[in-house]
Design a protein around this ligand. Structure first.
Ligand code: HEC
Ligand code: HEC
Ligand code: HEC
Ligand code: HEC
Ligand code: HEC
Ligand code: HEC
Length: 493
């Protein structure tokens, strides 16, 4: 796990490819001991940009992706190196684009399982970091043992967390914090997942939800969910944990793998006569009871069947995980209606619009309890706006702005609502400072520039669009607006 991320040059793969449907050529190369990415387009000769790649992410089993930053905004490269094909290709989801995509923001929530000591982004921003976005690459001792520096500084007096000595929910939290995602996870009120520390209970920070009614064995699920279905775990209870089979300090080499895990099985299955006579032809218990599935090309899905079934079957079937409409909490004893409402809201943001009413009704019924809850207010505001209830949306976003004056969701939406009501000056006054902190967000830039042009200020509108182009070169709609806003007659509606 120590190699989960690092400096880009530590895991560098040179390569180039031309993406057919967009006509963009991507090149990853080294110059002066720096990893670089360039993009060029045969269709748009103007597009000729280079980025310095700072970090890699991914141990390389599936592949490698790189991170870069521009003026403190952290991004993920749109192309990744795939181990299976030993070549570069577009990131999943970007394959069918017909142009260079907008820059991909890299958020703390995404890094927290791959890096160590991940920092919060600057206030009012999505992914802008004044300093380093994380203090260490890879998974360090701290990820499981807490603050070891204090331990050293105090000559051993400040205790290091020993996961094995924690109570069961806290012990299990150490692995769950990075090895469970569910279909949707929701941060608890006022909590941020990156503040979780070993010794805490992860359910104080996050609630996990899955779509109900799905055969859990058919979804692409985590090792944790699968293990909880196994007879070994159900019959052993709290005695069994991830550590019953894994040593977090040691990954067995391929040639010792079979005997390593066999010893773990036999620590519980102690009947020596059974061990001696049960399939002596194959010492690898896992070959039959924990086969590998075909999911090895999908990140964040278990490859090894952790259900430990008696009768070996063929690989886990995979199914679309996104077509249910009832969410239930898993491994989250504290999840209540507020978390459930936000889980539905996240499903709506993921495109499952059928869940909009469910989420809205839950939030509406909790209105008196969420007056200090930023995430819940943001959701209620957005859902009210989607329903066309601009009055409630405005009130909710104002409430949110009072709690958090730089809140991006509040500023963005209030700006648009004010513009809709004809108050262009008021709209610009909200969007301008939000844009100064989030210059790479194209939608924000386009809204602001449109308002600036309507106010007759072509210079400001041009500047806004040019600023966002620094981060998002070659976007056709931005180019189009730049031409359109070259003159802005005042009082244009
Ligand atoms: C800070 C996040 C984090 C925590 C905490 C964490 N893991 Fe991991 N783990 C990862 C990442 C990321 C990978 C994959 C990257 C890699 O292979 O380097 C991984 C890989 C693994 C692997 C497979 C590859 C290997 O290195 O053996 C096992 C097994 C594993 N973790 C078990 C555990 C167990 C057991 C715990 C709890 C004691 C745990 N992990 C805690 C992030 C974490
Ligand atoms: C909840 C913790 C968690 C979060 C959040 C998370 N990952 Fe992962 N990721 C893992 C673990 C653990 C593995 C390795 C084993 C696995 O696939 O389950 C992994 C594997 C990967 C791999 C494959 C690496 C390889 O070994 O080849 C990539 C790429 C990846 N993650 C990218 C991302 C990106 C991009 C994000 C943000 C959108 C992200 N991850 C967010 C935990 C996480
Ligand atoms: C992925 C999680 C993880 C990481 C990373 C990790 N450890 Fe551990 N460590 C554990 C767990 C779990 C135990 C308890 C094992 C057991 O007793 O079953 C443990 C036990 C220990 C112990 C024994 C503690 C005692 O009181 O007996 C020491 C020492 C230790 N780890 C040192 C380190 C150091 C040093 C690093 C960094 C190089 C590190 N660990 C990284 C999970 C981790
Ligand atoms: C923490 C203890 C523990 C460990 C470790 C463990 N098991 Fe089990 N296992 C049990 C218990 C308890 C049962 C239920 C009673 C029984 O059948 O013996 C069980 C049941 C089983 C069953 C029967 C499942 C069924 O559905 O009838 C199989 C197969 C099995 N274990 C295989 C394994 C293999 C293979 C390993 C190692 C990869 C392993 N176990 C590791 C405790 C454990
Ligand atoms: C009964 C033994 C057993 C237990 C308990 C167990 N694992 Fe595993 N795990 C394995 C085996 C065997 C592999 C395959 C290792 C290999 O092929 O080298 C594996 C592989 C993994 C991997 C690599 C990705 C994959 O799916 O192949 C991760 C990550 C992992 N386990 C996490 C966990 C976590 C987290 C827990 C606790 C919820 C856990 N495991 C509990 C036996 C176990
Ligand atoms: C070649 C495949 C294979 C290997 C290797 C294998 N098993 Fe099994 N195991 C099976 C099959 C098939 C069954 C179910 C039929 C039976 O009871 O023999 C089974 C059944 C079991 C059961 C349930 C027994 C019962 O009476 O309900 C346990 C426990 C078990 N195996 C553990 C292990 C352990 C531990 C190892 C490694 C020491 C192992 N198996 C190796 C195929 C295998």
């Amino acid at each position: 796990m120590a190699n989960a991320s690092g400096a880009a040059m530590d895991k560098f793969q040179a390569g180039a490819f031309t993406h057919k449907s967009s006509g963009v050529t991507y090149k990853v190369f080294a110059r002066d001991k720096q990893a670089m990415l360039s993009f060029q387009s045969a269709r748009d000769p103007q597009l000729n940009t280079e980025r310095q790649l700072d970090y890699f992410l991914g141990s390389g089993h599936l592949g490698i992706t790189y991170l870069y930053s521009v003026q403190g905004y952290l991004f993920e490269s749109p192309v990744a190196y795939y181990s299976a094909s030993q070549s570069y290709d577009m990131k999943p989801g970007l394959e069918t684009l017909t142009a260079l995509p907008p820059a991909l923001p890299m958020q703390s929530a995404c890094m927290r399982c791959h890096m160590s000591a991940v920092q919060k982004s600057d206030p009012g921003t999505v992914h802008h970091y004044q300093g380093l976005p994380f203090l260490h690459t890879g998974i360090t001792c701290e990820a499981c043992h807490g603050d070891t520096r204090q331990h050293v500084l105090t000559g051993g007096k400040a205790a290091v967390v020993n996961p094995a000595k924690l109570d069961v929910p806290r012990r299990d939290s150490v692995c769950i914090s990075c090895h469970l995602e569910g279909d949707i996870s929701v941060e608890r009120p006022g909590r941020s997942a990156i503040d979780y520390k070993p010794g805490d209970s992860i359910s104080d920070y996050l609630s996990y939800f899955v779509y109900e009614g799905k055969d859990a064995t058919k979804r692409g699920v985590s090792e944790i969910e699968q293990l909880s279905l196994s007879k070994c775990k159900r019959m052993s209870g709290d005695k069994m944990s991830c550590m019953s089979c894994h040593n977090p300090h040691y990954t067995p080499r391929p040639e010792e793998r079979a005997s390593f895990y066999r010893a773990k099985c036999l620590a519980c299955h102690t009947d020596a006569a059974f061990a001696a006579t049960h399939h002596p032809e194959n010492p690898d218990c896992t070959a039959c009871h924990m086969p590998r599935s075909g999911a090895e090309n999908i990140p964040h899905v278990a490859w090894t069947d952790h259900r430990i079934r008696k009768t070996p079957e063929t690989a886990l079937a995979m199914q679309d995980i996104n077509d249910g409409d009832t969410l239930t909490a898993i491994f989250s004893p504290q999840a209540g209606n507020r978390d459930l409402a936000l889980a539905y809201y996240n499903a709506v943001l993921d495109g499952n619009t059928a869940l909009q009413d469910k989420s809205y009704q839950l939030l509406e019924s909790l209105k008196s309890e969420i007056s200090n809850d930023k995430d819940a207010l943001a959701a209620l505001g957005v859902l009210s706006e989607k329903r066309g209830d601009y009055k409630e949306a405005t009130m909710t976003f104002e409430q949110l702005r009072k709690l958090d004056p730089e809140n991006l969701i509040a500023l963005l939406n209030l700006g648009v609502l004010r513009a809709k009501s004809g108050d262009l000056q008021g709209a610009a006054a909200l969007l301008q400072p939000a844009f100064e902190r989030n210059q790479d967000i194209v939608g924000l830039a386009k809204n602001l520039a449109t308002i600036q042009c309507s106010l007759g200020d072509a210079t400001a509108a041009q500047k806004t669009l040019q600023t966002t182009s620094q981060y998002n070169p070659g976007l056709q709609d931005v180019q189009r607006l730049l031409v359109e806003f070259s003159s802005c007659p005042a009082n244009k509606p």
